[in-house]
Ligand binder design. Structure first.
Ligand SMILES: *C1O[C@H](CO)[C@@H](O)[C@H](O)[C@H]1NC(C)=O
Ligand SMILES: *[C@@H]1O[C@H](CO)[C@@H](O)[C@H](O)[C@H]1NC(C)=O
Ligand SMILES: *[C@@H]1O[C@H](CO)[C@@H](O)[C@H](O)[C@H]1NC(C)=O
Length: 464
């Protein structure tokens, strides 16, 4: 090829590429978040056989709530495994992003990458995906619908060798290669090789953005991952780590994100929302702001939770139950990867009592006790009026109040012809985490450089 032809060819090729793949000159990024009950979701009821759409009569209607604990407490999920599974498709909890991974042999008309579903985890740093090696003898895979990612066949997969990369942590060397191990609770972890790879994102305007050399964990062995318990058919192959730290996907986006991202979690519906980075974040008026902090070694976004109110009445909570301890335990974080809010036991008990007291005065409700799960706060609605005058819970953060409406406090279900609802928060031995369910119908903007979180009520359908 002559230089001229080559130039023309390259020019032509690069314009074509620019048409569909925007490279690193991006000043923002928008990723569509797929809802569990969106038509695109593999779990959408329309995509399941009819039998699986109808809860089994013996199933506890809120089993999903108990199994959908945080990434940080998969142990709980394990403990609740004995609860019979319920195919719950109305829950807005879990949302994930479709990400193209790797560069595979091209067949004409086929994409060069393979697409997997990643859960967005704001509580952890490293992203990872389950790799082929989990099928090797002695290793373990968690079940998911798609076959594991075939890293050995990807042309852009690069394992990271020891002492070669600042992301390789001390003590993580094995036979000259760098490994990783992320634990999510006692007995629950994913481990494998640290590597870099090209990740391709479907951005909002129909464009693809291919980002090269993103460091991630190629999981070859994992135990007790919650996904194994959460779904009958698990669509999630990995996690996009969005927490504090240089290895976080957010940080690796560099000037694309400028350390900023936003999301807006909708209630039950079929449309998707967006995870936006950098300049793609839509400006909103009247957001409140509070400080976010890092409490090492955790990568989670800590907030100062100063108190909680029920319908404007402040609860009697001991400050030290919410404060960070010297060893870094306790405190409160906010996380979109944790599905329902967790509260340390004394705080949970106080809130539970205040809500029970409030609801006991509602003539249209009857306390509904679920067998064995005596901690549940559940009610049967005796009439439609049972939905009226439900309380509002306010989390008093430093300089900002997060007001949670009844629709985001309780989980409403129809069960055996009855309208029932339960408190969708859980007690925990050591952690307080404001989870995704309680963040519904609000917009959250994380600015990790300014170390502030902005939030406020938002019609997420109109403005993701
Ligand atoms: C979900 O939809 C139902 C009916 O469409 C509605 O009654 C309920 O309030 C919605 N849930 C939330 C949390 O908005
Ligand atoms: C990862 O860490 C967990 C918990 O610390 C440990 O039990 C497990 O053996 C580790 N796995 C590997 C492969 O190092
Ligand atoms: C608040 O709780 C503490 C400890 O549980 C208790 O000693 C105190 O009397 C309570 N105060 C009020 C006003 O109920």
């Amino acid at each position: 090829m002559s230089p001229e032809v080559s130039f023309v060819f390259h020019f032509f090729l690069s314009s074509m590429l620019l048409g569909c793949i925007a490279a690193v000159q991006l000043d923002g990024l928008t990723m569509e978040l797929i809802h569990r009950d969106s038509p695109q979701s593999p779990l959408h009821p329309g995509n399941l056989p009819l039998a699986e759409r109808i809860p089994k009569p013996s199933a506890c209607p809120f089993a999903g709530l108990h199994r959908q604990t945080s990434m940080v407490s998969a142990r709980k999920a394990a403990a609740n495994k004995m609860i019979s599974p319920l195919t719950s498709y109305g829950d807005p909890f879990l949302f994930f992003a479709q990400v193209g991974v790797g560069s595979f042999q091209e067949k004409s008309g086929h994409p060069r990458f393979k697409t997997y579903n990643f859960q967005i985890d704001t509580g952890n740093e490293l992203s990872w995906i389950q790799c082929d090696g989990c099928q090797n003898k002695g290793n373990m895979c968690f079940p998911h619908e798609d076959p594991p990612y075939l890293n050995s066949q990807s042309r852009s997969y690069k394992p990271i060798s020891c002492n070669q990369h600042s992301f390789c942590e001390p003590g993580q060397c094995k036979e000259g290669m760098c490994t990783y191990n992320v634990t999510y609770g006692p007995g629950s972890y994913t481990s494998g090789n640290l590597a870099s790879e090209t990740f391709t994102f479907y951005s909002s305007h129909g464009k693809h953005a291919a980002l090269e050399d993103i460091t991630f964990g190629c999981s070859t062995d994992s135990r007790n991952m919650k996904y194994a318990f959460l779904f009958d058919k698990n669509p999630v192959s990995g996690v996009l780590g969005m927490g504090w730290g240089p290895r976080s996907f957010l940080a690796q986006l560099g000037s694309i994100s400028h350390g900023k991202f936003s999301y807006c979690i909708k209630a039950n519906n079929t449309q998707n929302t967006y995870l936006r980075f950098g300049k793609h974040i839509v400006k909103s008026k009247n957001l409140q702001t509070t400080r976010i902090m890092q409490v090492k070694p955790s990568a989670a976004y800590h907030v100062n939770l100063l108190g909680i109110s029920v319908n404007g009445v402040k609860l009697n909570i001991t400050k030290s139950d919410l404060a960070v301890r010297k060893d870094g335990s306790r405190g409160c974080s906010i996380d979109a990867g944790t599905l329902a809010t967790l509260l340390v036991k004394p705080v949970f008990d106080t809130l539970h009592a205040a809500l029970a007291d409030h609801l006991s005065r509602n003539q249209n409700l009857k306390r509904w006790i679920i067998h064995k799960l005596h901690k549940d706060l559940c009610y049967e609605q005796l009439s439609d009026a049972g939905r009226e005058n439900l309380p509002v819970v306010t989390f008093h953060l430093e300089n900002a109040d997060l007001e949670v409406k009844p629709g985001a406090i309780f989980l409403f279900r129809e069960f055996e012809g009855k309208n029932v609802f339960c408190l969708s928060m859980l007690s925990d031995d050591s952690k307080t985490i404001i989870g995704a369910y309680q963040q519904m119908k609000q917009k959250f903007v994380y600015d990790t450089k300014a170390r502030v979180l902005s939030f406020g009520p938002e019609d997420c359908e109109k403005n993701g």
